[in-house]
Design a protein around this ligand. Structure first.
Ligand code: GDP
Ligand code: MG
Ligand code: K
Length: 272
């Protein structure tokens, strides 16, 4: 059995590096991501005789093609195919953090949420029902306090269990009938190219094409379906789609947050 490959993803300042450090201790090396000056940290840990390699991804709010950090993070997940991606989520700010969750879920990877900063959330009276969160998102959620090394065994138990699952279950964010129709039509086009469907999740490619994502459009430059995709894109205002799809993600997120968390949504008082 080879090593289990785990990637840590998350917004900036949520505790990714703290978690990376408590998990790997001195077994870590620092380098650069190929071709860019973004720092890459890789470390190892052994848990119940499983060898686990952990990569600390750059901190990002989304996975668009607008920043090098976001491209590095998503290319790593799509190309290196880690067994599990752990998204470190700031428990005091789940609404903002879940946007990235929606992006990770579309990358065709297993995701586990480490609900970190649980100590601060508790002191602020923010209560998240992790069982409901797991039910709504259909991904495992574990509470952690990375700074104090709390919740690590529970997290590693879940990570190892997920890594051993033979099938990938992905809960899809629905974008509504209008957009879903475009997504399926693009998926239908893309699946003619076996190099594409063998390598990338077609739903993710389709969504990114509708958003006019340049990095994804570049990936299909040499594809046999390039002309058909270009034709399709002529009918579509990608800026409009990008904004609309972001809106629909936020809609899904607010509804999840309102049902799993007490104290997460800050009421606007008249004095605000
Ligand atoms: P990164 O940007 O996601 O890599 O976040 P860092 O690991 O650098 O952490 C940002 C800050 O939050 C640091 O000051 C950490 O000590 C602190 N921190 C990380 N995890 C926790 C936690 O669970 N609870 C508390 N109270 N602080 C934390
Ligand atoms: Mg960091
Ligand atoms: K966006």
């Amino acid at each position: 059995m080879g090593k289990t490959k785990v990637a840590l993803a998350g917004n900036p300042n949520v505790g990714k590096t703290s978690l990376f450090n408590v998990l790997t201790g001195t077994r870590q090396h620092v380098g650069n991501w190929p071709g860019v000056t973004v720092e890459k940290k890789v470390g190892e840990t052994t848990y119940n005789s499983e060898e686990i390699e952990i990569t600390d991804l750059p901190g990002t709010y989304s996975l668009t093609a607008y920043s090098i950090d976001e491209i590095v993070a998503r290319d790593y997940i799509v190309d290196e195919k880690p067994d599990v991606v752990v998204q470190v989520v700031d428990a005091t700010n789940i609404e903002r953090n879940l946007y990235l969750t929606t992006q990770l879920m579309e990358l065709g990877t297993k995701v586990v949420i480490a609900l970190n900063m649980s100590d601060i959330a508790e002191s602020q009276g923010i209560v998240t029902d992790i069982n409901r969160m797991r039910e709504f998102l259909e991904i495992p959620v574990v509470k952690t306090v990375a700074k104090k090394g709390q919740g690590l065994n529970e997290l590693l138990d879940v990570v190892v269990e997920e890594s051993k699952k033979k099938t990938l279950h992905i809960h899809e964010i629905g974008y509504g009938n209008d957009i879903e129709k475009d997504i399926s039509e693009l998926e239908f086009l893309l699946e003619k190219d076996e190099n594409l469907y063998k390598h990338y999740p077609l739903r993710w490619l389709s969504i990114k094409i509708l958003e006019g994502d340049n990095n994804v459009l570049a990936k299909i430059q040499n594809s046999q379906v390039k002309d058909e995709v270009d034709e399709y894109l002529k009918k579509i205002d990608t800026d409009y789609y990008e904004a609309l799809m972001a809106d629909r993600r936020y809609g899904t997120i607010s509804s999840v947050v309102s049902q799993v968390c007490t104290g997460c949504i800050h009421k606007v008082t008249p004095s605000d």
